[in-house]
Design a protein around this ligand. Structure first.
Ligand code: MG
Length: 258
């Protein structure tokens, strides 16, 4: 942990990474994965159009990682009461969406849900990582909304279509290594009202265990994302709604449904 706040932003039509100090962004040459190489430019945060702070080739998501969420999903997905190993699924990079971006579902979707989650962004290539070494592979954490077409998820059996529609993974606003992913307060607000509240201490599968479980099966690349699951309180969104995911120390990811 080195106490850095990263942002990814659009500048002159190109995606660039930067480091946030106070309210100023100092931009980098290339990504933040192999040390920080500043390009000697800066701009005020308020002038930045922020992008999802990752370079994901894939988003690996943990399903059912808080006991209270398993209880509420039991009727919907017939989830096992006490899973012996995590359920993982993928969202494609087409799902990436940014802070203040709009969420839109195709007309055939009947039920569009939010799932407030803490996301981890990977720092270096990870394969067969041991739980105890997991933190060496984590660049930082941010907020993620695991947007889900719940009716499609349920009717398809496979989760790919219901979870991986375009723009179904808003992330941001910043990525920071100042927050401990194993002890972070998270809340979700729908039109200003708190609908989810949790702390990542409630994880069934710890951050270390999930890194070990995932990388035993697949290689994670720098910039890939792990979405760590959602606490109880998931619910549906309607066109016109504002949905916010807040993590203490990260800030608030805000999106509108259109
Ligand atoms: Mg989820």
């Amino acid at each position: 942990m080195s106490d850095i706040k990263y942002v990814k932003l659009e500048r002159e039509g190109k995606a660039v990474w930067g480091v946030l100090k106070e309210e100023t962004v100092f931009t980098l040459e290339g990504g933040p994965y192999d040390g920080l190489h500043y390009d000697k430019k800066s701009l005020p945060l308020v002038n930045c159009r922020l992008l999802a702070p990752c370079d994901a080739t894939k988003l690996v998501c943990i399903g059912k990682n808080y006991y209270d969420h398993i209880q509420e999903m039991r009727s919907v997905l017939d989830a096992s009461g006490n899973p012996e190993k995590p359920t993982i699924f993928l969202k494609g990079p087409n799902t990436l969406n940014c802070h203040l971006g709009t969420i839109h579902a195709p007309d055939f979707v009947q039920r569009l849900d939010y799932e407030g989650e803490l996301a981890i962004v990977i720092k270096k290539r990870a394969k067969d990582v041991k739980a105890v070494d997991a933190m060496d592979y984590i660049l930082g954490v941010t907020c993620l909304n695991d947007v889900t077409a719940r009716d499609v998820q349920k009717s398809d059996g496979q989760w790919a279509r219901g979870k991986s529609m375009d723009g179904f993974a808003p992330m941001g606003p910043i990525l920071t290594d100042e927050v401990d992913p194993s002890n972070a307060n998270l809340r979700t607000r729908l039109n200003g009202e708190v609908v989810q509240q949790g702390n990542t201490r409630q994880f069934i599968t710890s951050v270390g265990e999930m890194m070990e479980f995932i990388t035993a099966a697949m290689t994670l690349e720098p910039g890939d994302v792990i979405a760590t699951g959602t606490p109880a309180g998931v619910g549906s969104m309607q066109v016109g709604d504002t949905i916010e995911i807040e993590i203490d120390g990260v800030g608030t990811l805000k999106n509108m449904v259109v």
